[in-house]
Design a protein around this ligand. Structure first.
Ligand code: ADP
Ligand code: MG
Length: 319
């Protein structure tokens, strides 16, 4: 099978919303009046972002999910995406699985595949997504205010538990592993929550490298500090109760685990009720974990409210 047959067979479908989709030199998109385009790109490299043993279907899901997560963090509605693939060889089994995972998620969010690039080479996946958001309403990292509450969506740290099991560093009961593995291989982009938070959240980011690191980006961009309460964080590890891990380990994975694809965001304390409602509307659990302070940096309080000494650091590709 040649390059163009491959594209036709696995990656070409009529675009539902684009003016022009796959097949020409460019795709064409007509932005709606009053909307801004939100654009983001994410690359997945074998060995770095996924294990070689992952199923192609899960990989198709994850490649798009991590990109949709960036749109969610900006409060944007997904519209379309571009897919660039380097493949070692034409493996139809792999392509069928990968495209199935990809299309399933794309359909769920009404997101058109409108173009890309296909080349031979070491397995490497890159997706660029495009979403739309009413002009001026995108959620940014720079808007957190002193006194704001800090929230996270869903659960944190479970993807890391799965990774540690894969690495042979941890052993857990099979059902616990299967649930954690789903979190690692099939993250749920919090697209509905992101949009529900427009006009409520003062800042937002998605958690890809770990809560500490991604919240730090908000603090830096907003020129503020934060206090986080361990007592509120402890329950965020979904598998925490079954595993009965030492508190320090649970906190480490919750704060630095990475690969969570949840949202961290801030909102004025006066809007607590509305934030709760946004979570209900989006069918996404939302937990208040602390608040924004003057100054800079992040203080972690233990369950007695005393500052907790720790050496937690989030993931950094070049550290
Ligand atoms: P060009 O040579 O102009 O870069 P190509 O010949 O590589 O374009 O691609 C032909 C068409 O197929 C283009 O519309 C391109 O966007 C699309 N395309 C190529 N690879 C993919 C892919 N993996 N997924 C979706 N569309 C793709
Ligand atoms: Mg061309």
């Amino acid at each position: 099978m040649g390059e163009f047959d491959l594209i036709d067979r696995y990656f070409k479908r009529p675009a539902a919303q684009a003016v022009l989709g796959v097949g020409d030199d460019c795709a064409l998109w007509a932005p709606r009046a009053g909307m801004q385009l939100a654009l983001s790109t994410d690359m997945l490299v074998e060995g770095r972002h996924f294990l070689s043993t992952v199923s192609p279907e899960a990989l198709g899901h994850k490649a798009l999910a991590v990109n949709l997560s960036d749109l969610a963090a900006c409060g944007a509605k997904p519209c379309a995406f571009l897919l660039s693939l380097a493949l070692p060889r034409v493996d139809e089994n792999w392509l069928a699985g990968f495209s199935k995972g990809l299309w399933t998620l794309a359909d769920q969010f009404h997101c058109d595949l409108i173009g890309g690039d296909t080349t031979q080479g070491p397995l490497n996946l890159n997706i660029t997504v495009m979403g739309e958001v009413p002009a001026g309403q995108a959620l940014l990292r720079s808007g957190a205010q002193v006194g704001d509450d800090i929230y996270v969506s869903g659960h944190l740290g479970d993807a890391r538990v799965a990774l540690e099991v894969f690495r042979g560093n941890l052993s857990v009961p099979t059902p616990v592993f299967e649930a954690a593995r789903l979190r690692m291989e099939r993250p749920t982009p919090r697209v509905a929550l992101g949009q529900a938070l427009r006009g409520l959240a003062t800042s937002a980011a998605d958690i890809s490298d770990g809560l500490l690191g991604d919240l730090s980006h908000i603090l830096k961009a907003s020129h503020v500090g934060a206090v986080l309460e361990a007592a509120r964080l402890m329950h965020l590890l979904a598998c925490g109760e079954e595993l009965a891990l030492p508190m320090q380990d649970q906190l480490r994975w919750i704060l630095t685990g990475g690969d969570d694809y949840e949202l961290v965001f801030t909102a004025p304390a006066a809007l607590r009720e509305q934030v709760t409602q946004a979570g209900v509307l989006a069918q996404t659990p939302v937990t208040c974990i602390g608040h924004i302070t003057n100054g800079s940096g992040l203080t972690l309080l233990d369950t007695e409210g005393q500052p907790l000494a720790h050496d937690f650091v989030s993931f950094d590709h070049f550290a």
